[in-house]
Design a protein around this ligand. Structure first.
Ligand code: FCB
Length: 453
């Protein structure tokens, strides 16, 4: 209690590095599309450029053409990581930047950029964790059906081995895709991310082909003697709004689609039966034959966690229509409920039911707020509290012997938050998108203090 009161007074955390094992790593995460500037350095078009330029898809019609201009400011951004005392940095490589026009001719500027970026991390004593796909699918692959097309999975494996041949010997960890639920369901069923489809057949195919892409990429990376390879999945703590049978059933379906589908395929070579009841007639023929490819052995699993979801049935006949209702917990500026116990529940559940001794990382966790700079400072006390409370849950899990090896906060910088454009700020560092000035927030300073003690 005293700890929490001190923390609120001083805007600092009530934990420090020595509360964690020596090899536990603290890092921050970003993604290529959200920070680099997709108009810089001869980057090719991705389906996110197409989606963002289509009227009505993003807040204020904002695009990531410039974003944080990290393509030009990367040295300054890496310096911030070192200043904050972080051990590791989770970045992603842009497929559309590396292969702008086709899968044959790589962009020399892109290769040079990622080479320097990785070397820059090593020079600063920061472990590079590389994500091979954080959503910037080249438009020429989207033209051929994107994630609805099995060939995209094959191309992804080629892309993965190409990148690994170039950077692999310098990476501390590599993951195939980030958040397949977003790549497939959010983007092809809910229509909220590129390519903005609302189509059950497209969604069902994407739900499978993104996993196939992961499996084929794992095989390709192993063939390159890849080390420390994983995948990053996102989870929410999903609950029915009450104990009515139809709401319990609706919550179980959402949980199946969101939390179980990808885990069950990778660790148990099957899909949840309640989800298959809804999707099986839209799935690719003989999809079951791909499970041995999908279920490649992993070296680690990354877990992204932000919030909980309270679910109710939305339609008596069509079970895929569900409603989400907020509870009474404090919310972020995006309306996401703040529920630190959820990270504890989810990680324990994954560990016990699926991953057992497999090393785990929290690969994203953080909150959005409408932060403002006042006299060169940003007093984001809500975010300090958010990190503090979630990291305390992580600490308990580590003390209980769960093999959690690190924690990455989302995000180093305020950045292009997809459909929300620049409105929603998740950074430890404030970015003025006009001047590109970076201002460390109090949450950044809280990490700096805790990580140095
Ligand atoms: C995750 C994404 C990341 C960012 C955060 C807020 O789903 O991986 O790019 O948008 O949410």
């Amino acid at each position: 209690m005293q700890d929490i009161q001190d923390m609120q007074k001083n805007n600092t955390f009530s934990f420090n590095r020595s509360d964690f094992p020596k090899d536990f790593i603290f890092g921050t995460a970003t993604s290529s599309y959200q920070i680099e500037g997709s108009s810089l350095g001869d980057c090719g078009r991705s389906h996110w450029d197409d989606f963002a330029e289509t009227p009505g898809n993003t807040y204020n019609q904002e695009t990531a053409a410039l974003a944080c201009q990290h393509y030009n400011h990367w040295q300054q951004d890496l310096d911030l990581l070192r200043l904050g005392g972080f051990d590791a940095y989770r970045f992603s490589v842009s497929w559309a930047r590396i292969f702008p026009n086709n899968m044959k001719q790589p962009n020399p500027k892109a290769l040079d950029f990622y080479d320097k970026l990785v070397d820059g991390m090593l020079e600063r004593g920061i472990q590079p964790f590389c994500c091979l796909h954080h959503w910037d699918l080249p438009s020429y692959l989207a033209d051929k059906g994107g994630w609805r097309n099995r060939d995209t999975a094959i191309c992804f494996a080629e892309f993965s081995s190409f990148v690994y041949r170039r950077l692999g010997d310098r990476l501390a960890g590599t993951n195939t895709v980030n958040e397949p639920w977003c790549i497939a369901w959010l983007s092809h069923f809910l229509g909220l991310h590129a390519p903005g489809l609302r189509d059950i057949r497209a969604a069902s195919r994407a739900m499978h082909y993104v996993l196939l892409a992961h499996g084929l990429a794992m095989q390709a990376l192993r063939a390159e003697s890849g080390k420390n390879l994983g995948i990053i999945l996102n989870f929410e703590k999903i609950e029915p709004i009450d104990q009515k049978p139809e709401n319990i059933e609706a919550a179980a379906l959402v949980e199946g689609i969101y939390n179980r589908w990808f885990l069950q395929a990778i660790f148990k070579k099957s899909y949840p039966s309640n989800v298959l009841e809804q999707l099986s007639r839209h799935m690719p023929e003989n999809y079951e034959l791909d499970f041995p490819i999908i279920a490649q052995k992993l070296d680690w699993l990354g877990i992204n966690y932000y919030t909980r979801a309270r679910i109710a049935s939305g339609h008596a006949q069509n079970k895929l229509i569900v409603k989400q209702e907020k509870g009474d917990l404090p919310q972020t500026s995006m309306g996401w409920e703040i529920y630190p116990q959820g990270i504890h529940y989810i990680i324990r559940w994954i560990h016990q039911n699926y991953t057992k001794n497999l090393p785990l990382y929290v690969s994203e966790n953080g909150m959005a707020w409408h932060d403002a700079v006042e006299s060169d400072a940003v007093h984001d006390h809500r975010r300090v509290r958010y990190f503090n409370d979630h990291i305390h849950e992580v600490k308990k899990l580590v003390s209980d012997g769960i093999p959690l090896k690190g924690y990455f906060c989302w995000s180093l910088l305020d950045n292009y938050e997809w459909t929300f454009g620049y409105k929603e700020r998740f950074g430890l560092v404030h970015v003025n998108f006009e001047s590109q000035k970076r201002t460390p927030k109090d949450s950044f300073l809280a990490f700096k203090k805790s990580l140095s003690t």
